[in-house]
Design a protein around this ligand. Structure first.
Ligand SMILES: *Cc1c(COP(=O)(O)O)cnc(C)c1O
Length: 391
């Protein structure tokens, strides 16, 4: 038998049961809303880019596939190849621009490219000729975010050469919203109207029967008119609803970031803690040392600003976050070395929500999840999925 490999005290527990429950909750939401308005519910493109938002793309992708996901999406060809090598068999959509990539992976690993620039379309056509294959592609329309995609109001100039490329088969057309998570911002409607107009133009240019999609997590919850044939949730799968939209469906956070106290010491009034002595005790305190720092992806701005959970209570982060450690105030909690620390997640009745942590340091939950470092091992808890629909 193989010897067990030691797991560092700081590790990310990934609850695949919660992932699956979230996947089902999204479907339930779509089904219920769709049946209320008597339209067909959209299919889900499950977004697993960026190592599945830090949760570990391989295990997450396989769990989603097992849960019934029919399409996955990733950022680039390299991520898509890794998903195929992990055993993903469903279609994989690659979101990113492709013009400077090695395109052979599209063919060797059956990935679906996004055509978002004329150069990418030419390069994919040329690669398809080389591989003697007709390749299914998706077309990205820029409706106002000005990142990737063909300008919505210029399609008559850009699209005909794609439609006449014999090796490109456009199976879907999509766009991406710039302001979906700002619930009061009306630009989503502007983009949606531009997308609809672009679809009419595309039809006039001869592109018919292509599927359509636009909605990320926030748009999906905000406005059913963004649904079309597919929706593309990422964040929701990982159990986090965009702030302001979190009353629409019940989700379970998938990741718990845990560690253990490795040392406890008493300090006196006036003693400083850590680099720069950025915390100075105004009374005698007990300080717990936690072996997790910015090399593990923790944000240095957590210094003196956030808290961790120990013994079911909040212990404030004191002083700066070091490369491999951070210090927390555990005064009066009766903490000893070995006690569990929760950096993100729940312990007893207390919770550190990644959204609160993000707003405390002035960023978004996406960033904090994606930054959970490569040094941190992902430990997968497969819990019994909650009973749900048949998907
Ligand atoms: C990342 C991404 C998504 C998913 O976004 P969430 O806000 O996590 O739901 C959807 N579509 C595109 C094009 C993306 O890049």
């Amino acid at each position: 038998m193989e010897e067990a490999i030691a797991v560092r005290p700081t590790c990310a527990h990934v609850d695949l049961g919660a992932l699956e429950a979230n996947f089902r909750a999204i479907h339930r939401y779509l089904d219920e809303r769709a049946s209320a308005t008597r339209v067909a519910p959209p299919s889900v493109i499950a977004v697993v880019k960026a190592n599945a938002y830090g949760h570990g793309a391989r295990r997450v992708a396989l769990a989603l596939q097992d849960a019934g996901a029919r399409v996955l999406a990733c950022a680039d060809i390299e991520e898509g190849v890794a998903l195929r090598e992990a055993g993903v068999e469903v279609p994989i959509l690659v979101f990113g621009a492709l013009s400077v990539s090695d395109l052979d992976g599209l063919f060797s690993h059956a990935l679906t490219p996004t055509l978002s620039t004329p150069a990418a379309a030419k390069a994919v056509e040329a690669a398809a000729v080389r591989h003697r294959r007709r390749v299914k592609c998706q077309l990205k329309i820029d409706t106002g975010m000005h990142r990737l995609g063909f300008r919505h109001d210029n399609l008559a100039r850009t699209i005909p050469s794609i439609l006449s490329s014999p090796h490109l088969a456009i199976e879907a057309v999509y766009t991406h919203f710039a302001t979906a998570d700002d619930v009061d911002d009306a630009f989503l409607d502007v983009q949606r109207a531009r997308f609809e107009a672009a679809l009419v133009d595309l039809q006039a240019l001869g592109l018919s029967a292509a599927a359509r999609h636009a909605a990320n997590s926030a748009a999906l919850l905000r406005d059913e008119r963004t649904w079309y044939e597919f929706v593309r949730p990422g964040l929701l799968l990982y159990g986090i609803a965009p702030p302001g939209l979190d009353d629409r469906l019940a989700l379970q956070p998938v990741m718990t970031l845990r560690s253990r106290v490795v040392a406890v010491k008493g300090i006196r009034t006036g003693d400083g803690v850590g680099y720069g002595l950025r915390f100075v005790a105004s009374s005698p305190r007990e300080i717990g040392v936690v072996p997790a720092g910015y090399a593990d992806g923790l944000d240095t701005r957590l210094a003196n600003r956030s808290a961790v959970l120990v013994k079911g209570r909040r212990a404030p982060v004191v002083g700066s976050v070091c490369m491999d450690m951070l210090m927390v105030d555990v005064t009066g909690l009766g903490v000893s070395p070995g006690d569990e620390v929760v950096i993100i997640g729940t312990q007893g009745a207390e919770a550190i929500d990644v959204r609160d942590m993000a707003s405390a340091v002035g960023t978004i939950p996406y960033e904090l999840l994606c930054r959970v470092g490569a040094r941190i091992e992902r430990v997968y808890d497969q819990e019994t999925p909650t009973a749900g629909t048949d998907r």
